[in-house]
Design a protein. Structure first.
Length: 235
C-alpha cells in the first residue's frame, strides 16, 4: 500500500511539474516578446504578450488546484511536502514575472509616438535576455534538483542589478540634457525596473530550489547591486 501511495504521489508531482515547465516556457517567451515589441515598436506583439498573460494566470490556478488535491489525497510529509510547497512558490513567482512582462507590453503602446532614447531599447533587450536565461537555468535546476546550478543563478542577479543601474544613470542624463525626454525616459525606467524585479523573482526561485534539494535556505545574503532601491515604481 505504501508503495502504491508513493507511486501515485510521484505521478501527481510529475504532472504538476509538467505544468510548471509549460508555465515557465510561456513566461520566458513573454519576457523576450515584451522586449522585442519595445525594440521594434510592435503593437501587435505587445498585445499578444498582454493576451498571453491570461494563459499564464490560468496555469497558476491549475497548479494550485492540483497541488491542493495532492496534499488532500496523499498527505505528503517531510521532503514530499517540501516539493509541493516549492512548486507553489515557483508558480507564484512565474505568475508575477508574467505580470511584469505584461506591464512592459502596456507601456510600449505609450512609447510608440515618443522620440526614441538612443541605445535604450537595445540595452533593455539585453537585460531582458539575461533574465530570461536566468529563468531558463533556474527551471533546469528545479527539474534536475541541481542546487549548484541554482546557486549560480542566484549569483547572477548582481549582473542584472548592474545593468539596471547603468540604464538608470543613462535615463537621468538624457532627462537632464533635454526635458523633452523626461516622459519617455520615465516609461523606460519603469520598464527597466520591471526587468530588474523579474531577476529578483528568478533569484527567489533559485533559493527555493536550493531549499528543496538541501532542506535549508542559503545562509549568505545574495549579492545585490541595485543602487536605486529608494525609487518606487507603480505596479
Amino acid at each position: 500500500m505504501d508503495n502504491h501511495i508513493s507511486s501515485a504521489y510521484d505521478r501527481d508531482l510529475e504532472e504538476i511539474q509538467a505544468l510548471v515547465m509549460r508555465m515557465g516556457g510561456l513566461v520566458e517567451q513573454a519576457i523576450l516578446s515584451a522586449a522585442e515589441a519595445l525594440a521594434n515598436r510592435d503593437l501587435e506583439l505587445a498585445e499578444n504578450v498582454r493576451a498571453g498573460d491570461k494563459v499564464i494566470d490560468v496555469l497558476e490556478i491549475q497548479i494550485n488546484d492540483e497541488a491542493a488535491r495532492t496534499i488532500a489525497l496523499r498527505a505528503p510529509v517531510s521532503k514530499d511536502l517540501r516539493s509541493i510547497l516549492t512548486v507553489l512558490r515557483i508558480a507564484a513567482s512565474l505568475e508575477r514575472i508574467g505580470d511584469y512582462a505584461k506591464n512592459m507590453a502596456k507601456r510600449t503602446g505609450t512609447l510608440v509616438d515618443m522620440p526614441a532614447i538612443n541605445g535604450s531599447d537595445k540595452a533593455l533587450r539585453r537585460m531582458a535576455r539575461e533574465v530570461q536565461l536566468m529563468l531558463k537555468d533556474v527551471l533546469d535546476s528545479y527539474v534536475r534538483r541541481d542546487a549548484d546550478l541554482a546557486e549560480k543563478v542566484r549569483q547572477r542577479d548582481h549582473e542584472v542589478d548592474q545593468m539596471y543601474n547603468a540604464l538608470f544613470r543613462e535615463f537621468l542624463t538624457f532627462m537632464m540634457e533635454d526635458p523633452r525626454n523626461i516622459t519617455a525616459c520615465m516609461h523606460l525606467h519603469f520598464m527597466a525596473k520591471n526587468v530588474e524585479r523579474m531577476g529578483d523573482l528568478a533569484t527567489n526561485m533559485a533559493e527555493q530550489v536550493i531549499y528543496l534539494v538541501t532542506g535549508e535556505m542559503p545562509e549568505e545574503a545574495r549579492p545585490k547591486g541595485d543602487e536605486t532601491s529608494f525609487v518606487r515604481t507603480p505596479e
